[in-house]
Design a protein around this ligand. Structure first.
Ligand SMILES: [Zn+2]
Length: 338
């Protein structure tokens, strides 16, 4: 087996890709600490920037679903986030609310005129140009029929008319920005390190089947003494993309984000502990250079009823897409009722 040929003098991380597809990658990572391996897992889960609908202007909705219900569904549609470094965070942009440099606008207009129930799909979202690049903001459609997820259903005479604004953000703030649906993570499949204490009725070996990763490591010898100095060094990852980023890109971005976070720590330490180097009052824990979701509320253009004075922390806010009800008067004035 492969580990028997491993050069014991080898230092530095080593990656072995076991399986790779369009939406998944399965690999092992060697020669890193458990803390590092877990940091990478957590970073890939929650801190890789992607695009997601963050603001929905409802111009008309006579469907049976309430505005907020549809806005929530729209927010969860995966949007292509390739080369997202071309997109600015809205808080870093010079515009008042959103613009072509920090957002992608998608519109959705549908009316049912026939007698049959009409389904409105993700493919019916029309992406406006110009965009920061040719990929970002396009709804991810991976089914063979090319339809995408169902947003709502309409019966005869019902219609929907929305303008959606997608922004760059991270899953730490809302799961709609998550690049992965799941990350499988395991180490020490034979439990030689005794990090697990199995609950069992009669025989733990029978009641706890081994994972497929057990084939990648030597089983413990009978009556082998416990090694108090042993540490975990081989980690098994299984990453599944929701379609907005390619799986290899998720791993690369995860490493990049982790590097940025560590660089911020090093910089702060060398600056004498001043974490707020640029005077930005919105700096949430030294994230000046790292990824962050668009600032909710505050001075970045929009607020929700939940954020006007009630927010306790930057991460504890309601991040469903903000719904605005627009009324257009005959003389062209637009009223906005938040
Ligand atoms: Zn902008």
């Amino acid at each position: 087996m492969e580990y028997e040929n491993m050069d014991l003098d080898e230092i530095g991380p080593r990656v072995t890709v076991r399986e790779a597809g369009n939406a998944n990658v399965d690999f092992t990572l060697n020669n890193v600490s458990l803390a590092f391996a877990n940091s990478l897992r957590r970073t890939m889960l929650s801190e890789i920037p992607t695009m997601a609908i963050d603001l929905v202007e409802i111009n008309g909705n006579t469907s049976v679903l309430p505005d907020e219900f549809i806005a929530h569904r729209l927010g969860l549609i995966p949007l292509n986030s390739k080369s997202i470094e071309d997109v600015l965070y809205t808080r870093d942009c010079d515009c008042d609310q959103y613009c072509e440099h920090c957002s992608v606008t998608l519109s959705l207009r549908a009316k049912c005129t026939g007698d049959d129930i009409m389904r409105v799909y993700a493919r019916d979202l029309v992406v406006a140009e110009p965009r920061p690049n040719e990929w970002v903001g396009k709804p991810v459609i991976s089914d063979s029929a090319g339809l995408g997820v169902v947003i709502c259903k309409l019966r005869k005479g019902q219609e929907v008319d929305f303008k959606c604004v997608a922004k760059k953000g991270i899953a730490k703030e809302h799961a709609k920005w998550a690049p992965t649906s799941a990350i499988g993570f395991e180490y020490d499949p034979w439990n030689k390190l005794r990090h697990l204490d199995y609950w069992y009725e009669e025989d733990p070996a029978k009641e706890w089947p081994k994972s497929k990763n057990a084939e990648w490591e030597e089983p413990p010898q009978e009556d082998q003494p416990f090694d108090y100095n042993a540490t975990a060094s081989q980690f098994y990852y299984s990453i599944e993309s929701v379609g907005n980023l390619e799986p290899d890109s998720i791993v690369q971005q995860g490493i990049k984000v982790l590097q940025q976070k560590l660089a911020t720590v090093l910089q702060d330490l060398s600056d004498g502990g001043d974490t707020n180097t640029n005077g930005d009052m919105n700096d949430a824990g030294g994230y000046d250079n790292g990824p962050r979701s668009p600032d909710a509320g505050g001075d970045h253009g929009y607020t929700t009823p939940y954020l006007n004075g009630g927010a306790t922390s930057a991460w504890g806010v309601d991040r469903h897409p903000t719904v605005r009800h627009l009324t257009v008067n005959l003389d062209g004035e637009v009223e906005c009722n938040l």
